[in-house]
Design a binder for this molecule. Sequence first.
Ligand code: FMN
Length: 186
Amino acid sequence: MRKELPVIPALFPMPVILIATYNEDGSIDVMNAAWGCAYDYKQLKLNISDEHQTTKNIKRTGYFTVTVADKNHIKEADYVGMVSARRVKDKFIKSGLKAHKSDIINAPILDDFPICMECKASETNPEDYGVIADIIRLTLDEKFIDEKGNVDLSKMNIIAYDPFNHGYYVVNEKVGQAFSDGKKLM
Ligand SMILES: Cc1cc2nc3c(=O)[nH]c(=O)nc-3n(C[C@H](O)[C@H](O)[C@H](O)COP(=O)(O)O)c2cc1C
């Protein structure tokens, strides 16, 4: 038997994306976004509301960075998803997160997370909350790259968002190899 539920985008896991931008006064803003995905080989699509300070910052500067949250920063990631820099001017300081300025774009890089994509907004469409991001540079904390150059996701403790119950789940167990395991049935 299958039970019918109200329709939601039930694509578990959804990402826990942290978008970092500069406010007009040069301070930093970060927001949490689960409604985002890979759009093309070097592009992301973020569905972010026009009301957010982050969206205003992206429209003004054209640049932002994107990372994915990890298990060590659940409360920080959740905090930046509940509080707006429109109302709380020292939101970033209160989050306890640290950042430095990118040397290639006008956006801050969060220091505490393994992955960083430095992005340029190639398109913003307020009608569908859409921001298309060109990924200009991808960097990773080198402690997650082995001597052969392979990225070890199992040690990053990246978290995912659960669209059913708003839970955060850790994603760190490798259970297969794409374009390979299926060969057993060929
Ligand atoms: C788990 C989680 C996921 C969220 N996903 C999105 C999202 O995909 N798009 C969006 O517009 N807001 C999303 N939000 C809400 C924003 O992060 C929130 O409104 C934030 O305060 C905006 O901050 P800002 O105004 O400083 O930019 C999410 C919040 C949480 C906690």
